[in-house]
Write a protein that binds this ligand. Structure first.
Ligand code: C2E
Ligand code: MG
Ligand code: MG
Ligand code: MG
Length: 276
């Protein structure tokens, strides 16, 4: 590799291993100053109740547009942020930006609107997280019971006795913990028993196979049965078709999210809530 000076790297083989490593380094370098340069923003995707079909919550999703790299998707920059520790600053930015937008979103969707924000394993390992979350909520005058933090099964698996107090502290504050991408990790009932989980989000990979894949229907039926038995709320994510919506509603899911219901949008966009 030739270093051209500054942050610009040129690679002999752009699509091989070294190309990927070059891109990784470029993204990491750019990500270091993304928050302070105001390159990050947050979009919101509606979550509706299956029964009355009104918007009950919005999920905040991070967006990053870099002047040279363009739009970098979260599936690319979030893992890098996690590996470099940048996720703490990015997570705080997303939470604060989402809280700042909540009053305007609630004006659009109703005063009880809940806010869902994704958090990574590294954030759960930070014993200062509950205090930081409380500070941001207080600064924006938002009651903790309006906030849900979405964590993945793998993130929760990495929570040991030493860091469990972080999750418990958030729960004690009244913040809800939601298990995201449910079914893709270990889906261990022990996780649901051990931690104060309020809701699960069925992963899009199962929703994709509905109604045609019998296995997916069987898996969703079983997961819904387990969640219901444990008194958890069930959110189905990635719903793209009316057929998926109807089947998931009939299987007993409580809430719906996906392109059919509405795409993620900026606060300044017109509301995108398709009647499902
Ligand atoms: P997630 O939390 O499971 O979010 C759902 C993802 O599915 C979002 O992708 C959303 O735009 C997309 N999606 C929603 N409905 C549909 C649909 O009907 N069809 C399809 N094909 N996709 C749909 P996005 O915004 O690209 O985010 C990807 C992942 O990045 C998120 O998955 C989450 O794990 C992570 N992420 C995003 N923002 C943050 C953040 O602020 N903090 C952390 N730690 N992770 C974040
Ligand atoms: Mg999520
Ligand atoms: Mg998910
Ligand atoms: Mg995901």
């Amino acid at each position: 590799a030739k270093v051209r000076g500054g942050n610009t790297y040129a690679w002999a083989d752009d699509d091989g291993e070294r190309g990927a490593a070059g891109r990784r380094l470029q993204v990491e370098t750019a990500l270091r100053s993304a928050v302070e340069r105001g390159e990050l923003s947050v979009v919101f995707q509606p979550i509706i109740g299956f029964e009355d079909e009104g918007v009950v919550a919005v999920e905040a999703l991070a967006r990053w547009t870099h002047p040279d790299l363009g739009a970098v998707p979260p599936d690319e920059f979030v893992p890098i942020a996690e590996q470099t520790g940048l996720i703490h600053g990015i997570g705080a930015f997303v939470l604060a930006a989402a809280c700042a937008a909540l009053p305007a979103l609630a004006e659009r969707h109703g005063p009880g609107l809940q806010l869902a924000v994704n958090v990574s394993a590294q954030q759960l390992h930070d014993p200062g997280l509950p205090r930081r979350v409380a500070e941001i909520l207080t600064a924006h005058g938002i009651s903790p019971d309006r906030l849900a933090l979405e964590v993945t099964e793998t993130a929760l698996l990495s929570v040991d006795a030493g860091t469990a107090t972080t999750v418990e502290g958030l729960d004690a504050m009244g913040v809800r913990i939601v298990l995201d991408d449910f079914g893709t990790g270990y889906s261990s009932p022990t996780l649901l028993k051990r931690h104060p989980i309020a809701a699960i989000k069925l992963d899009r990979s199962f929703v994709d196979g509905i109604p045609d894949e019998r296995d997916d229907v069987a898996i969703v039926t079983a997961l819904v049965g387990m969640a219901k038995g444990l008194g958890l709320l069930i959110v189905a994510e990635g719903i793209e078709t009316p057929e998926q919506f109807a089947v998931l509603r009939d299987l007993g899911c409580d809430r719906a999210q996906g392109y059919l219901v509405g795409r993620p949008g900026a606060l300044t966009d017109p509301p995108d809530v398709t009647a499902a």
